[in-house]
Structure formats: structure tokens, C-alpha cells
Design a protein around this ligand. Structure first.
Ligand code: SF4
Length: 364
């Protein structure tokens, strides 16, 4: 039995052994999140899926609703994705669609585009579909079994026999220490190469079910459930001495502080126009001037160009009747008295497909 040291990763998560490749890319914000379907045969009481997705056969690439393959590919290109995580629901309730996406991503972005898949241990996950996923180039699979009465764990063996890096993805549910230990032992016996333990999170969707069972959010956290991290640490320390499995603990703050924010930063850096700056949060910041009169906006743009502002830094959106500028240029225009009777704002937008507004502050 290998004895491995418990280490902290650069992001603050903890690992015994090696960090799974899917986690490594995910924390750096380099993975496209491809939500394949909201359908799922399981009814985990802690399921965090939003009502917009749960039980609905919908597809999203990050936050973008998907109507065609091009939506998926555009989203991956915009963030310069190095890999993709196929998630749900249970993507393998739509096996053809899942296979199609694995093939598409490998064909378009090449064999090094790392693809991992989350699924359950249900009967529909048979040897045939695992074989076809392996043929399509799936790199990593993460099974989410029932914690209290896990069935279908032989799928771990089937998947690793196909050459897919295989692991479990489980939440650290307080009170489930013995059940989780049994699961980890079984995962190791069946040839899994890793287990990823998530901090149990409470959100609007699972709030009622978790409160009903006496769980609450720990102090100082937005969503982490009290007692979950302590349990995860216990499991890591135990695994360090008892197992040769790689075990990673992903605290809830990682999703916001690294996974999501790094993804925004990557997208923002690629999408920023000449007059936009990327904030440390990964938002796009710019100045805007609004007026019902296109003529006045034209006049302002011309005046700025005469003052030496590069025309690329003053974009007039005629349909929205908005002139977009760098914040510094907007402030200078205000100082020179060029904005009289026009409304000026500093705006921050998400680098999402719909450029959702994060804030709009009137220029003082
Ligand atoms: S397996 Fe995942 S998607 Fe399905 S109910 Fe459980 S937590 Fe929700």
C-alpha cells in the first residue's frame, strides 16, 4: 500500500496523491461546461440543479443555450477551452448526444482537448456505451453513485477496462463517514484511479431538503454546509494512510474564486474590444453615453476624434443609440463639458454570449 502525503494545491483545495486532470483544468477555468441534459433518473435530495434545468431536456454550453453544434464550438473558442466537462442531469440518459459531443470536440479541437463526463451508476450505463465512449476518445469518467446504498459500482471496472481514467464524484455529506469510506474502499478495489469529494453546498434549489435534514450553511461561507469540510478532511487523512487511491477535496469557494472567475477572465481577455478593459473579476468595463438623438452622439464622436481620440476607441451603436468609449475618455469628455444633457455611465458586463450587464453606474 502506497503512503502518500496530503497536499494543498495552488488553489487551496486538498489532495492525497495526484490531482485528476479534469479538476486541474477546471480550477484554471480552462474547461467548457457542457450541460448535456437536465434529465436524471436519480433523486438526490442534495441535488443543486436549478429549476430551469432540472428534469428538462435542455443543453447549455457554459451559460449559453445550445441550439446547434456551432453554439458549443463558439463558446469553446471564445474561452480558448483546453477541455470540456460533460455534465447534467445524467448525460448518459442521452447516449447518442453525449457520444456526438465527445466526437465533435475531439474532431474539432484535437485529441489533447481533455473531455470528462459525469454520470450515474444506473443500468443504462452499460458496457457497450462505455466501449463507444472510449472509442470516441473520452478521457475521464466520474460516477456519482447513491451514497447510502451504492449499486452498479462494477461500472468502475468496466470503464477502466476500456482505458478511460475512472473516478467517483461524491459530496461530503455530514453523517455519512462510514458509507463514504466503504465507497472509497470499493472504488479502489474496482480499479478507480481517483475520487473527487465536493463540499456539500446549499443553494436555493436544495435549501428546503437540506434544512429538513438539519443541515445549515457554515459561518463565513456563502454555500458550504457546516460539517462537510470536517468530514472531507477526515476522509483525506484516512485515505492518506489506508488507500493508494488519489483523493481530491474541492471546497465550495473554488467554484466561484477559481473555476468560474478564471473562466470569465479567459473569455473577457479574448472578447475585449479596444475600448473595454478586463477587471480582476473577469468583467468587461467601459464608458457609455446614451442619447435618443443619433446626431448628438455622432457629434460627440466627431469632437472626440478631433481631440485626437482614435476612432477605434469610440464605437457608435446606432441601433441602441449608445456611444461606447474607454472609461478614461468618457471622464475626459465630461471634464471638457462635452456630455451636456446626455446620460453617461460606467458599465461592467459579463463576457457571456448575451453580454449580461453586471453593473451600470452613472458618471458623477
Ligand atoms: S445524480 Fe446529480 S443530477 Fe441526478 S439527482 Fe443526483 S445530484 Fe442531481
Amino acid at each position: 500500500m502506497a503512503v502518500k502525503a496530503l497536499k494543498r494545491t495552488w488553489s487551496g483545495s486538498l489532495v492525497v496523491g495526484r490531482l485528476p486532470e479534469g479538476c486541474s483544468l477546471c480550477m484554471r477555468g480552462e474547461k467548457l461546461v457542457l450541460f448535456v441534459t437536465g434529465l436524471c433518473a436519480k433523486r438526490c435530495y442534495y441535488c443543486p440543479l436549478s429549476s430551469e434545468k432540472r428534469g428538462r431536456d435542455v443543453v447549455f454550453a457554459n451559460e449559453r443555450p445550445v441550439a446547434s453544434d456551432e453554439d458549443v464550438l463558439s463558446e469553446a473558442r471564445e474561452m480558448d477551452a483546453k477541455g470540456t466537462g460533460l455534465t447534467g442531469g445524467d448525460p448518459l440518459l442521452k447516449p447518442q448526444r453525449t457520444l456526438h459531443y465527445v466526437k465533435l470536440l475531439k474532431e474539432v479541437f484535437g485529441p489533447n482537448h481533455h473531455v470528462h463526463l459525469y454520470t450515474t451508476t444506473g443500468k443504462h450505463v452499460d458496457r457497450e456505451v462505455l466501449r463507444r465512449l472510449a472509442e470516441a476518445g473520452l478521457d475521464e469518467i466520474r460516477f456519482h453513485p447513491d451514497l447510502a446504498s451504492p449499486i452498479g459500482l462494477e461500472r468502475i471496472r468496466w470503464a477502466s477496462d476500456e482505458g478511460i481514467t475512472t473516478g467517483l464524484e461524491v459530496p461530503a455529506v455530514p453523517g455519512m463517514e462510514e458509507a463514504l469510506k466503504r465507497l472509497l474502499i470499493e472504488a479502489e478495489r474496482l480499479g478507480a484511479s481517483f475520487v473527487n469529494i465536493n463540499e456539500l453546498e446549499m443553494n436555493d434549489e436544495n435549501y428546503f431538503q437540506l434544512r429538513l435534514r438539519g443541515f445549515k450553511i457554515k459561518e463565513g461561507s456563502l454555500s458550504g454546509v457546516e460539517g462537510s469540510e470536517e468530514l472531507a478532511l477526515k476522509l483525506l487523512e484516512w485515505a492518506e494512510n489506508e488507500l493508494s487511491l488519489n483523493v481530491h477535496y474541492c471546497p465550495s469557494f473554488i467554484k466561484d474564486a477559481y473555476q468560474y472567475r478564471n473562466r470569465l477572465r479567459r473569455k473577457a481577455a479574448r472578447l475585449a474590444k479596444a475600448y473595454e478593459e478586463v477587471t480582476s473579476e473577469g468583467l468587461l468595463r467601459k464608458g457609455i453615453v446614451e442619447s435618443p438623438s443619433l446626431e448628438r452622439l455622432h457629434g460627440l464622436k466627431e469632437a472626440l476624434i478631433k481631440l485626437g481620440v482614435d476612432s477605434k476607441l469610440a464605437f457608435l451603436d446606432s441601433s441602441r443609440r449608445v456611444l461606447e468609449l474607454p472609461v478614461k475618455v468618457l471622464e475626459e469628455a465630461k471634464r471638457l463639458g462635452l456630455l451636456k444633457d446626455m446620460e453617461a455611465y460606467i458599465v461592467e458586463e459579463y463576457p457571456s454570449f448575451d453580454r449580461r450587464e453586471a453593473s451600470k453606474t452613472p458618471l458623477n
